[in-house]
Write a protein that binds this ligand. Structure first.
Ligand SMILES: Nc1ncnc2c1ncn2[C@@H]1O[C@H](COP(=O)(O)OP(=O)(O)OP(=O)(O)O)[C@@H](O)[C@H]1O
Length: 245
């Protein structure tokens, strides 16, 4: 199910950190029922764009418009480094988030189960591995059933099977009508799951479209080949925006 109208729309976004310009003239749309993947080199501005779209910081210029239903929680968000308050179990943590957004606290177990953490329901959050903490973060992002879910590197730090599972969960959320945005460096999984891809380079979107469209446009046989062409330059150098730190 993909609506024609975008549910979230960023128009001509700029983002500066002090004197450092990190995003320039970025426009992007998210649609219900679709997984949109944001890919790009380290430091290209993915997290900055994701945080802008999730409403966590104001862009320096430009506009972000939400066209979805009025719900207690519009946008679920998985940060790049999720952290939870110690002293609570996984289940208690999700029940707490559900109580914050007026969601169904009894559904917390379903959310845990969806990310494969049902067996860890009674484990304290401080006793989770890094990958399990990320999975709990993904479960947290879906609490309250927001129509938009934004996941910053959901597969990072997960074993290959779990990574694939998390991308499948993203696809299931989209099948349920949610607009999903995720950032990732795993181009194989992106190619497998994403309906649309945005390629960010030096704070600008340099390519956008479905994987098939991008492959056609660039006469490339894989998303990796598309990425290489779209990014250009040295792939083994981090281009630091704003120059020396
Ligand atoms: N709070 C901040 N203050 C100053 N500069 C920042 C801040 N946060 C990010 N930056 C800079 O903005 C640029 C983009 O960072 P961002 O985290 O958005 O990139 P990214 O594409 O998500 O990178 P990665 O793939 O490594 O996670 C980088 O040059 C980074 O150093």
């Amino acid at each position: 199910m993909t609506d024609t109208l975008p549910i979230l729309e960023a128009t001509d976004i700029d983002h500066d950190y002090g004197t450092i310009s990190v995003l320039e003239n970025v426009s992007a749309t998210l649609r219900r029922g679709a997984v949109t993947a944001l890919i790009g080199p380290n430091g290209s501005g993915k997290t900055t764009l994701i945080r802008s779209l999730a409403g966590l910081h104001e862009p320096t210029a430009g506009k972000i418009a939400y066209h979805g239903p009025e719900t207690a929680r519009r946008i679920g968000y998985l940060p790049q480094h999720p952290a939870f308050r110690p002293g609570f179990t996984c289940l208690e943590t999700l029940e707490f988030y559900a109580s914050l957004v007026g969601g169904d606290e009894t559904a917390a177990m379903t959310h845990l189960d969806r990310v494969g953490l049902a067996d860890a329901a009674d484990r304290p959050v401080e006793a989770l591995s890094g990958g399990m903490t990320r999975l709990l973060g993904i479960a947290q992002a879906t609490i309250g059933d927001p129509p938009v879910v934004v996941l910053d590197e959901p597969g990072s730090g997960l074993d290959p099977g779990m990574s694939m599972h998390v991308f499948d969960v993203a696809a299931e959320l989209a099948d349920d009508g949610i607009a999903v945005l995720l950032s990732s460096h795993d181009l194989e999984l992106v190619e497998r799951v994403a309906d649309r891809v945005l390629i960010l380079s030096d704070g600008r979107i340099v390519r956008r479209g479905s994987t098939a469209q991008l492959r056609d446009e660039l006469d490339a046989d894989s998303l990796w080949a598309v990425y290489e062409t779209a990014i250009g330059g040295d792939l083994d150098t981090v281009r630091v925006q704003g120059g020396h730190a």
